[in-house]
Design a protein around this ligand. Sequence first.
Ligand code: 16G
Ligand code: MG
Length: 576
Amino acid sequence: MNEKQQALLIESASRFPPPQGVKLSYGTSGFRADASILSSTVFRVGILAALRSIKTKSVIGLMITASHNQVSDNGIKIADPTGGMLTQDWEPFADAIANAIDPKDFIQLITEFVKKEDIPIGGVQSAEIYLGRDTRPSGEVLLEAAKQGISSVVGAVAIDMGILTTPQLHWMVRRKNMGMKVSESSYFEQLSNSFRCLVDLIPKEDTVTSKVDEKLIVDGSNGVGGEKLEELKKLVDGLIIEVRNTGKEGEGILNERVGADFVQKEKVAPLGFSSNDVGIRLVSYLHVHTHRQCVLRSLDGDADRLVYFHIPSICNMKIDLVDGDKILSLYSLFIMEQLRALSKKENSGMIADYSVKLGVVQTAYANGASTEYLKQLGLDIVFTPTGVKYLHEKAAEYDIGIYFEANGHGTILFSEHCISWLESRTNEVSSTSKGSEQHKAALRLLAISNLINQAVGDALSGLLLAEAILLHKGWSIKRWATLYQDLPSRQLKVKVADRTAVTTANAETVVVKPSGLQEAINSETAKFPLGRSFIRPSGTEDVIRIYAEASTQEAADTLAESVAEHAKCFLGLNKS
Ligand code: 16G
Ligand code: MG
């Protein structure tokens, strides 16, 4: 590093002193904390993003959001050149510079890192960083800190893409690095065009059932997702979308008793939903009136999570949840159907000449019934630890990799090879095979690859895909929910001072430390039919999480409680 660069870093860092007595960690989804202490962290992540851009010679994304956290929190995460999460190799450096108090240590860390990674800085190199932020009021101040961090690396340029959902920013970074033009309107166009394409491919005989004139009611969590869905819906033909909790002045507070995280964890309806949304209600299709179950959807604070739900009874506004596992099952079923159609030999002479490697990725939180269902479909299922970055990496090993966490994070990845094969299937067909089932199946899969966000899970594109499949199948949420019946489950958490006291293996299904705890969990689990339980340290809070499922709710509750007791005991948290 030359003197000019060093002086620039020292001077700008002096304007962003780090908070005292706080240790920040990049965690599963970037840095998150109370917004008032984050300026220095965001400034430093700006520097890191510039270094990453120089190293990879690509555009890097920097998103300011704390997703489903309370409105007073904020956070920052990086999108790598592919649009995915920051490579895990760089996380220790992120932690180190975020926590370096002494300016000399800070400069030394950067000097050593650029040397080790062979990153030339201070000279003619250029770097480009796209900045996005959600609707949090603290976003603007933190945006400024990010810009200052970026401009303290010679040759680095920050481009403010404005208020965006997290998946929009990841999508833009991916697309830009693929050499394409990037704008928010191109994102909306791609989603609405590919949705229309899927709807146009619905077999004609099914149109009566699929023309259900039902409003899509969506909880926007009072965040950026609601705002963007209001824009997207203007372009989407064939769906009537009503966004509740849009975050407009006076409508409510971001993530406060609203949003996918609240709905999934608390299993009650979010604010903004009333007795009118309970049970079944009258809807019309064509000129016929019918009673249908009222289907509701919920996005999280930065719109990278989606769940569906239904409120069966007015008494307590408790919900029946259609979670990420069921979304995964719906997608998997539809994709399998298309692949099956594609591999059928027809008179057309169009023969599938390549066997697509399809895989499904889940975590230990996936309900056992969902895994069983997917196995019965004949799918290859693999498990990874919790956190999008792990699932995404695994899914990328397949031609078509579908991943979902139960909490609604997930997407579908198509390999380049698979996309070119599908394109050749649709382009090279002889005129006789146009309109054949094979041809349509290839077109549908291509439309899915355009609709679904391949950079990261995206509630807006995920919602349109689920709706297109439901329309295609003429399915109600009730029919969808009966794909399988969830096993009763319970989640608990135990507060700890040091969550590293617990370590796990085998995709978090086995506790390694404290030693002996796994044996205790095994003997509890063995007491319950269909019993399954695991514990893991949270990646976002100072807690240990406990999950249990069993054949009855009572058994799942008892199992979770006894495992929690064992955990406390092994961690020395029990009194006396
Ligand atoms: C973060 C992760 C999510 C994971 C959750 C687990 C991303 C974008 N988000 O929100 O995938 O399910 O953390 O939280 O990676 P926990 O570690 O506190 O249980
Ligand atoms: Mg989120």
